[in-house]
Write a protein that binds this ligand. Sequence first.
Ligand code: NAI
Length: 740
Amino acid sequence: MADTSNKTPKPGAAKNKGVKKSAKKAAPRKPKASVEKQPSAGSDTKSAAAEAGNTATETSKPPQALRHWRIETDDDNIAWLHFDHAGGSTNVLSGQVLEALDEVLAELEQLAPRGMILVSDKRNGFVAGADIKEFTTLSNIDEATVLVRRGQSVFDRLAALPFPTVAVVHGFALGGGMELALACRHRVVEDDPATQLGLPEVKLGVHPGFGGTVRLPRLVGAPAAMDMMLSGRSVRARPAARTGLADHCVPRRHLKEAARELVLKAPPAPRAHGWPAWLNHRLARPIFARYLERQLAKKAPRGHYPAPWAILNLWKDHFDDPQRQMTREAESFARQVLGSTAQNLVRVFFLQDRLKGLGKIPRGEPRPRFEHVHVIGGGVMGGDIAAWCALKGMRVSVQDTQPQALARVLQRAHGLFRKQLHDPRAVQAAMDRLMPDATGDGLAGADVVIEAIFEDLAAKQELFRAIEPRVRSDALLASNTSSIPIEQLAQALKEPSRLVGLHFFNPVAKMQLVEIVAGTQSGERERLHAAAFGRGIGRLPLPVNSRPGFLVNRVLMPYLMEAAILAGEGVNLSSIDKAATDFGMPMGPIQLADTVGLDICLHVGEILAAELGGEVPAALRTKVDAGDLGLKSGKGFYAYRGRDPVRGSDKAAAPKDLADRLLLRLLNESVACLRESVVADPDLLDAGIVFGTGFAPFRGGPMNHIRQLGVATVRDKLERMAASHGERFAPDPGWSSLKL
Ligand code: NAI
């Protein structure tokens, strides 16, 4: 997106015109003074950085403030404050940036302009948020409280400026970035799909700490504020204007003029009104809070995710006293940020970043083109992979021997596009990109060919043999196999190094992970390209070696098998699921097995048992033999009403070690995968299991969980379980060399 804020303001804008009217005229006036050219020594700043400015070392560097912030004053005496983070392509609010802002605010107090307009000089947006790396450096609650109080005091200083202040938002204004905008008197947002305003802190296990919990409910009222803060969801430009979060939502060309008009007219600061404001009232808060607590309990159990509960309490208990709410916000933030939920969620955030990085082509390497994808097999997986690629802007041909399968692909794709794209023209454009191709004509022009036919070695080999002469020599060849070693498939090719696995998960549109499976024969270039392709369609690529079940199914299966054993022992199904959801899994293993399909579980379980030893539970086989395949057949372990399982009570007596039995098998298999180098290191294992299975993210992944419990503790427990429940719990040899 082009920068909306860094063009030099043009002269000639008429004063005191309405937003629309004057917007037709020129952009803001030419700056007449820039702080860069003024000595900043005269600024009255209290910051440590400014004090340091008097020392000899600082004189050789630009003053702190000028590294990130720049003031230009135009002919109307409006100060334009430009934020341009010196350290990168995105504006983030590090401690240093906040110190610098404090200096600049002191400068503004001195300048006493008619108003101040805050703009971002970055192309990609306003401000992305706080510098999350700093969350990991905090060692105690005092340090965390000081940091956040410091930020609050800078934003309070901004909020207290005695002239109108306007934040001009294009792109994202998230977390601390949105709190910065909230500390301004007014906000003008660009009417563009890329504009996003939000307080996503709960996703990292914390809550807003720079006054967001105080300012947002006052500005937009309790319902919208709580919805944003408790869910972490961001809002787009138009809804932001509807709720009062933004004063104006205008096209890019009118942004600056709209901001100028707010300064020149100086209307009162907007506040919530009507019933959203009324719900902030002392008498209404407890009632609305109880309603919100009931909603929250379903999605974010207090014990696992304390931050949203803290947001609710800050508002409910302290709304009538903003000063106290601010102090409590800082104290609560400091507690949250040092808690294990936040530390682990921040860890998962960085793991996600690492996976994204693995999809980048190293500098200097030629960049592959992924414009045309050809998918062979239009079943559950192939159809959804094809639709997803078309959604992401690629041309896709999809081939199947069954015409009905192709018709179903188009039908399902249409549903996906409608859900994701909203705009009928965009839906039509996506449909136009998706071409049914019964004869495989698309093969010759494809940049990527993905095989997703039945899980049958001979059929897949025959297919690869047939298509190899028809595909371009530089096209990427991939299989979505979930269990067949890539080396065996590659035996059918004249050039076996071409083949890699691209293992998507079901449902494709929801599951973020894609395993990039390298056989021993796979070429380095192909691995890189497969990862780049995965990233190119918005997925997180995880490089894995071609071992049975790769990583995710391998680790998940013992956990599902143990659940089936427990079911076979007559343990109440709901209790089994509850043990897992209480641990933090998004869905219990019995329901998960039913959702995946018991036939698929049996098939993968049998392959893993054949390769790695062990047995498939009789209870699973019996179900499949009876035709009870799970959700898809209306009955599996559970009976189904629509998509919902008919559950009994979860109160029946359950074995005391129920949760351990499920979890320890998963942890033991994780250690086995590391020993066999299925993935390169413990962090990648955690990333794979969190993003591939939904493993309780606030625990940071299986290896992190082992680290927190203690390697020896978990290993001892496994030994005890092996003695009481059998060899399947015997600690993997990998435990003896495990270093975390
Ligand atoms: P599916 O049975 O739903 O679809 C397979 C499709 O391939 C059918 O439409 C069939 O007509 C077509 N087909 C068979 N031979 C063909 C050929 N020679 N040329 C063109 N089309 C042909 O199978 P599903 O579930 O989509 O699985 C496909 C692959 O994805 C398998 O390798 C499976 O292991 C893997 N996979 C499946 C997952 C799942 O949850 N279903 C998850 C991850 C991977």
